[in-house]
Every structure is written in C-alpha cells, then in structure tokens.
Design a binder for this molecule. Structure first.
Ligand code: F6P
Length: 326
C-alpha cells in the first residue's frame, strides 16, 4: 500500500482533526503518500485531492471541526456517483481510503470497499449512536460542552427559582442527554429510548416543589420533543417560571477533550495499520477499553443498546423517588 486518502463526512465532531493528523503523520512515517479529500464524498466525486505532508496537519490537534471540511453528498449515494469516485481514486493510484464519520458515512465506505477500494471507517459523530463501539469521536467533548451549559444555567435558574429545560442533540440516541444529565445532576432526563408521559414529568416536578425545591433542570434529547413545547406546557400546568435553552450546534464545536484527542489519534494510526495489512471494509472502535475493528456490514447491523441501568441510576442520584425503568 503506497498511496492512501483520508476524508471526513457527515456532521463534524471534535477529535476529527486529531484522527486526520495521526493518519497523515503515521502514514508518511510508514513510507506512504497521503492525500486529504475535501468535503467528504462530495469532494471525492469532484476530484478534490490535497497532497498532505507533516506540516499540513500542524496546529490542528487542539481544534474542533475538520481541516478537510465535511459534507453530506446525495450524489455519492447513486451508482454514477460511486463509479466517478472509484474512477478518480484509480486515476490517482490510491490504494486505500480512511473515512471519518457516522453511520451514513460508513455506508459510503462499504460501497467503496465493494467496488474494490479498501476502506476503513473511524467513528466520528457526537451522537454516540453506533452500536459496535462504546464511544464515538466527539461524544466526550459534546458532553463536556453540555455540562458547562448545565452548570451555568443552574446558577441563574436556582437564583430565580426557575425550571430550566435544556435541549441537546440526539435524534434517535439519548446518550448525550443521559451522560451530560447524569454528570450535571439534571432532575429529569428525557431520552427517545425511554418514553415518559407528560403527566409523569409533572408528577416529578410537583414532588420536587412539595419538598420545597423550586428549581429543576430538565435535559431533553432533540428526538423527544422541542424544549419550547415542553416549556409552554409546564408553564401552563404549574404556573411556574420556566425557561428553555436549545444548545444546538454549540455541541458540535470546541476544542476536543483529552479523551477525544486520544481516541482520534489511536484510531487514525489503527486505520492506517489496517490498510497497510491489506484490510479494507472495516471500521475501528473501542469496546471494554480495548481497540477493536470489524467488518462494516457486521458493525452496521448491530443494534445500539441503551444503558437503562445508568438511566435509572441518574434518576436515583438526582433524588427522584420514581424509577421509570423497573
Ligand atoms: O449527527 C450529528 C448531529 O449533530 C445530530 O445530533 C443532529 O441532529 C444533526 O447532526 C444536525 O445536523 P445538521 O448539521 O445537518 O444540522
């Protein structure tokens, strides 16, 4: 394997730059020529290849976002788009590709592998919604960003005896809400995996109020409902002062945490090693604190298991009398 290329695709995630840097530098160190592809699969089918060297990845390990930029490409999903991508890769003599992204990006990596281009995926998404790996790149940083917001909002909400609703990212996966809610001591955590009725939420708030606790933090994953909708309902039912904050894309930016830099660096190196060994059609991950790799299709067929025990525990430690799981 002499020439490899790396791209980032889908939603950006803090730690992607650490992975790019590690793949480029380790690849060059192993005697390879390394290219960066701009704007993910969109750049690939537009033939945008940047020759990388040790210096092109200087000063990025501490930066959020992605040096290579990213995109979601509808054209790459078509046969014509994929044929074009393979044509450009062959033309440049690229022997292997590293794709950093989430599940959609991995489907693209699988398509390239099936068309004869050995491709390795690195899990890069703040959502932590990939079943085969315990953690994805950017999740830790996003949780810390949410924690910072919870801390700040708690200061002002408790000073005013207000209820605060904080909407975080996570359409189908409540991991950001759960982990940040647990760490931030949220009184209520709403995730798509655990249905909670509006009456249950009210019961919980009323119970807090009966104990003389008038300020509560509710962390809600975006896949459950809109923060403002809940704000209006609670305000109408309790007549309480309620404020809503949507953290949105704030959660996707920022300097990566130590953990995300570590994961990005190790996965960047691991991906190059796999390509060097002639292994494509694989994704890298971490399971029980050990770095793993597996076939893309197998990884994509696994169903993400929500940590119900942790969810229950979050309720117990936030002093809830109610268990929603057992
Ligand atoms: O997949 C990552 C993610 O940040 C989701 O949590 C969120 O729902 C979505 O991307 C937002 O996408 P966009 O960048 O297109 O607004």
């Amino acid at each position: 394997m002499k020439k490899i290329a790396v791209l980032t695709s889908g939603g950006d995630a803090p730690g992607m730059n650490a992975a790019i840097r590690a793949a480029v530098r380790y690849g060059i160190n192993e005697g390879m020529e390394v290219f960066g592809i701009e704007r993910g699969y969109a750049g690939l089918i537009e033939n945008v290849f940047l020759p990388m060297n040790m210096r092109t990845v200087s000063d990025i390990v501490q930066r959020g976002g992605t040096l290579l930029r990213t995109a979601r490409s509808a054209e790459f999903l078509t046969d014509e788009g994929q044929e074009l991508a393979v044509k450009f890769l062959h033309k440049r003599g690229i022997d292997g590709v590293i794709v950093i992204g989430g599940d959609g990006s991995f489907r693209g990596a699988e398509a390239l592998s099936k068309r004869g281009i050995p491709t390795v995926g690195i899990p890069g998404t703040i959502d932590n919604d990939l079943a085969y790996t315990d953690f994805t790149l950017g999740f830790d940083t996003a949780c810390n960003t949410v924690l910072d917001a919870i801390n700040k909002l708690r200061d002002t909400m408790s000073s005013h005896d207000r209820i605060c609703i904080i909407e975080v990212m996570g359409r189908g996966c409540g991991d950001i809400a759960l982990h940040a809610g647990l760490g931030g001591g949220a009184e209520i955590v709403l995730v798509p995996e655990v249905p909670m009725t509006y009456l249950e939420i009210l019961d919980r708030l009323n119970e807090d109020r009966s104990k003389g606790k008038f300020s509560s933090i509710i962390v809600v994953a975006e896949g459950v409902c809109k923060a403002e909708e809940l704000q209006r309902k609670i305000k109408d039912s309790l007549g309480a002062a309620v404020r809503a904050t949507v953290l949105g894309h704030l959660q996707r930016g920022g300097s990566p945490s130590a953990r995300d830099r570590y994961l990005g660096t190790c996965w960047g190196v691991q991906a190059v090693k796999l390509l060097k060994e002639g292994k494509g059609n694989r994704v890298v991950g971490i399971k029980d604190n050990r770095f793993i790799d597996m076939e893309i299709d197998k990884a994509m067929k696994m169903k993400k298991e929500f940590d119900y025990e942790l969810y229950d525990l979050a309720n117990v430690v936030s002093n809830s009398a109610i268990s929603y799981i057992h």
